[in-house]
Design a protein around this ligand. Structure first.
Ligand code: G1P
Ligand code: ZN
Length: 543
């Protein structure tokens, strides 16, 4: 085996964001670009000599080529064993599970999550650590600093490794195990949930539609929902992963999964609709005639967890990212559970789960998960819902209505302003920051500010601090607006405005969300001057 050492120079901008390094695919395809980043990752973790790693991706354009490069660089670094999904496919939660059950030292996931794929779209690389979760900031900072001083990388010379069939092969001294991407994940789901109950639900005529959005969960959902649980063929749609996701955004929200929403609002709608994203960690839940916000979904799972075998003995605690609505806080308070508020991004939940402080966590961006892995998990959330519905016999609508009646309702929406010029977006945030101490006490659009700050998180487990995680403005009566800039975009800046208002009066909890939120939307506009700063009259995406 020949190891080539290639001279290189640092490439600007290789700073991992909210979830790994994400760039346009053509950027990743530039000479040395991927190689520099992978070598920087190896350098940041003290090399891969003698280590076991997991490798897979969401199947987007460049996935297969990039996997071959990672394999050759792992072999060059002296890795002992690589566990790779067949055809270089693994959903993010399945990769997390494989890292954990194999006691691996970490893993590389090739994905830009819900961003579109293809030669002109996005690609990404995430590094996960031995607990199966996304690398914490201490490691991503080290990777970035390695990218800034890299001078060479090592790669073995070889033909492409055949990843098309499960089995064991070698690349030099490194053992490569090509595994069925679904098998271990399916076994884990069977342990967590009452499959017999869900099977009986389907057998009773309960109809489900799962939209895999031409992304990686297709094979998983087909095997589990149709294969094991007996949902009729055709329940899982868009089930074959495509390199460009059929030209769409593989993002499970009412905008990009509009077809599913339309079907769920129709007279002959199935009982339950769901979708997942590019790499299978996000989920959208829709009942007949009702879209469930991700924040509400987290609250419902927390409130009903005891109905599910894996969580029957209760939850250790719950956590949500800061911009996620406080619906789950209400459940935690009622059930006497500890509730943590973390910055945006799954990596902040890892410590809390490793330390046994939380069992369930979630984000408003369609991410829910538990300590069964260290990533959010789309199909897991769907099975959790199905298990609850099978157990209670309720429809999604009835369950949600009963939930709001018991806990009150947090109306919620997020407005995204995309591809805003970076300096304009920064100016908007800077101007808010400058006024934080003046805002409390002011009444804006009939709403009185009670608190305003720039969220700073102190990790209770490792003592680290993450500052500047978003501007929070709270109003009298429980409304809240949060402003932050996306850390996953690849074009300009994306301004995210998170809007929430609280309703406890049972007579008003079934109000139209748009009407319930009109006041806080106006207050947000006036406080931040979104129009004057960005020149935009309306958000590009509302979820
Ligand atoms: C977005 C979401 C965030 C999620 C991340 C990765 O990050 O807002 O909740 O963890 O994608 O899926 P953002 O672009 O806001 O930084
Ligand atoms: Zn994702």
């Amino acid at each position: 085996m020949t190891i080539n050492t290639i001279a290189t120079t640092p490439i600007e901008g290789q700073k991992p964001g909210t979830s790994g390094l994400r760039k346009k695919t053509h950027v990743f395809k530039q000479p040395h670009y991927l190689e520099n980043f992978i070598q920087a990752t190896w350098n940041a973790i003290g090399g891969v000599s003698g280590k076991t790693l997991v490798l897979g991706g969401d199947g987007r354009h460049f996935n297969k080529r990039a996997a071959q490069v990672v394999l050759r660089m792992a072999a060059a670094g002296g890795a002992k064993r690589l566990i790779v999904g067949q055809d270089a496919l693994l959903s993010t939660p399945a990769a997390s599970n494989l890292i954990r059950i194999n006691g691996a030292d970490g893993g590389i996931i090739l994905s830009a999550s819900h961003n579109p794929g293809g030669p002109d779209e996005d690609f990404g690389v995430k590094f996960n650590t031995s607990n199966g979760g996304p690398a914490p900031e201490s490691i991503t900072d080290r990777i970035f600093s390695e990218t800034q001083k890299i001078s060479e990388y090592s790669i073995v010379e070889s033909h492409d490794v055949d990843l098309s069939t499960p089995g064991t092969t070698r690349l030099g001294d490194m053992q490569i195990e090509v595994v069925d991407p679904v098998a271990a994940y399916q076994a884990l789901m069977e342990k967590l949930f009452d499959f017999a109950k869900i099977r009986a639900l389907f057998a009773s005529g309960f109809r489900v539609r799962f939209d895999a959005m031409h992304a990686v969960t297709g094979p998983y959902a087909t095997a589990i929902l149709q294969g094991v649980l007996g949902a009729p063929a055709g329940s899982v749609v868009n089930a074959t992963p495509l390199t460009d996701f059929g030209g769409g955004h593989p993002d499970p929200n009412p905008i990009w999964a509009k077809d599913l929403i339309d079907r769920m609002m129709a007279d002959d709608a199935p009982d339950f609709g769901a979708a997942s994203d590019g790499d299978g960690d996000r989920n959208m839940i829709v009942g007949r005639g009702l879209y469930v916000t991700p924040s509400d979904s987290l609250a419902v799972l927390a409130a009903n967890a005891r109905l599910v075998p894996a969580y029957a003995s209760g939850l250790a605690g719950v956590a949500r990212s800061m911009p996620t609505s406080r619906a789950v806080d209400r459940v935690a308070e009622t059930l006497g559970l500890q509730c943590y508020e973390t910055p945006t991004g799954w990596k902040f939940f890892g410590n809390l789960m490793d330390d046994g402080r939380v069992t369930l966590c979630g984000e408003e961006s369609a991410g829910t998960g538990s300590d069964h892995v260290r990533e959010k998990d789309g199909l897991w959330a769907v099975l959790f819902w199905l298990n609850i519905l099978a157990e209670t016999g309720q429809s999604v609508q009835d369950l949600m209505r009963a939930h709001w009646q018991r806990f009150g309702r947090n109306f919620y929406t997020r407005h995204d302003y995309e591809a805003v010029e970076m300096d304009k977006a920064n100016a908007l945030i800077a101007s808010l920051r400058a006024r934080l101490s003046d805002l409390p006490g002011q009444t804006i659009a009939a709403k009185t500010v009670t608190q305003a700050d720039d969220f700073s998180y102190h990790d209770p487990v490792d003592g680290s601090t993450s500052a500047h995680q978003g501007i929070r403005i709270a109003f009298e009566g429980g409304a809240r607006v949060v402003f932050r800039l996306s850390g996953t975009g690849t074009e300009g800046a994306t301004l995210r405005v998170y809007l929430e208002d609280v309703e406890e009066d049972p007579a008003r909890i079934f109000a139209d969300p748009a009407e319930a939120l009109a006041g806080v939307i106006e207050a947000a506009q006036q406080i931040a001057g979104i129009r004057s700063h960005t020149g935009r009259d309306a958000p590009d995406v509302t979820t």
